[in-house]
Design a protein around this ligand. Structure first.
Ligand code: CAA
Ligand code: NAD
Length: 300
């Protein structure tokens, strides 16, 4: 109506400045795609060494992208990397980074720290700033339950590796305004992603379907029905998946897999998500996949 037209969020046509809180695997990827798209990005992390690591991995991944985009032009390649990097600032102080158009949260997958972060940001960010969480399993509504700007809050769920995976799930909560939804969809497109929309429902679309798939693969192997190698070959050659379920579990991390299954089990009560003894054992032994050097397979 009349008042909406004059609200500060209505004045925002596009996102030009972005803050990503959490500079780990996902946060660094999100920062990279925004910087590549010409936006000014600030990465916030509580650990300074994580920020150094994020910058290095972004530099490496930008080089991979540059090789693809400007393959015959080494000068343009270098320019692309340099310019993208120059748009990224890093800080350990979230207060320095609150005055932007969009804040994407990609910190640890736990409810309380996420709530605390948004409650704090809600007090210090300008009116127009839109908030988004990249949570893969927690309720978006629960994460934002303590903030006032519920109309300017939602989920932006990216996939690993962020620079390569072309999908973005936009999680549309019931309290989100149409305008915020539109801005999120447009922003997703601006960073090169195809956006799909999903309600705030456990696992959204992709994890809700990947969960039973990976759980059944683990049980097939646990029962000794087939070897993990053959299951992986089966799904790659028989179903066209880029990785088999065990390669994918190692890639995303067995701890993350276990956690997502646990949350889905709790929220849906669907027995397909019930605990898997083999997965629990491997996680307790620290065999988490690529990041620890061993999961279902060994990585030098
Ligand atoms: N940054 C930039 N570019 C990268 C990259 C990165 N981190 N990783 C890979 N690439 C590029 C490579 O440079 C390569 O480019 P070219 O084709 O131009 O040479 C291309 O991506 C393919 O990479 P590789 O040849 O190294 O290996 P691949 O063909 O096996 O592809 C993969 C790797 C893209 C990861 C592919 O195996 C894949 O799609 N796997 C499935 C990943 C998946 O399902 N992710 C979702 C997990 S679920 C999730 O994320 C949600 C959640 O909440 C947990
Ligand atoms: P990660 O452990 O690699 O990174 C998390 C980062 O957040 C760390 O660098 C940590 O120091 C930082 N951090 C923790 N608390 C903080 C705080 N209060 N303020 C600032 N920084 C803080 O984790 P990740 O894999 O990048 O996952 C981040 C989020 O993205 C999680 O919610 C996860 O569920 C979600 N997600 C993960 C994947 C995946 O495949 N790994 C895919 C989609 C979504």
């Amino acid at each position: 109506g009349f008042t909406r037209k004059f609200s500060s969020s209505a004045a925002l046509n596009s996102v030009k400045t972005v803050t990503v809180v959490g500079g780990g695997l996902m946060g660094s990827g999100i920062a990279q795609v925004a910087a590549q798209a010409g936006q000014n990005v600030t990465i916030v992390d509580i650990k300074p060494e994580l920020l150094d690591h994020a910058q290095k991995s972004i530099q490496n991944n930008l080089q991979r992208v540059a090789k693809k985009v400007h393959k015959d032009d080494p000068i343009k390649m270098e320019q692309f990397v340099k310019e993208s990097i120059s748009r990224i600032k890093i800080t350990t102080n979230v207060e320095e980074a609150a005055n932007v158009d969009l804040i994407v949260e990609a910190i640890v997958e736990k409810l309380e720290p996420k709530q605390e972060l948004f409650n704090k940001l809600d007090k210090i960010s300008p009116e127009h700033t839109i908030f988004a969480t990249n949570t893969s399993s927690i309720s978006v509504n629960a994460i934002g339950s303590g903030i006032k700007r519920k109309d300017r809050f939602g989920g932006l769920h990216f996939f690993n590796p962020v620079p390569v995976m072309r999908l973005l799930e936009v999680i549309k909560t019931e309290s989100m305004s149409e305008e915020t939804y539109k801005i999120m969809m447009e922003w997703g497109k601006s960073v090169g992603k195809t956006c799909i929309t999903c309600k705030d429902t456990p696992g959204f679309v992709v994890n809700r379907l990947l969960g039973p798939y990976s759980a059944e693969a683990l049980r097939l192997y646990e029962r000794g029905d087939a070897s993990k190698e053959d299951i992986d070959i089966g799904m790659k050659l028989g179903a066209g998946y880029p990785m088999g379920p065990f390669e994918l579990a190692d890639y995303t991390g067995l701890d993350t897999n276990k956690y997502v299954l646990e949350v889905l089990h709790k929220l849906t009560n669907n027995p397909v998500f019930r605990p898997i003894p083999l997965l629990d054992k491997m996680v307790s032994e620290g065999k988490l996949g690529v990041k620890t050097g061993e999961g279902f397979y060994k990585y030098k």
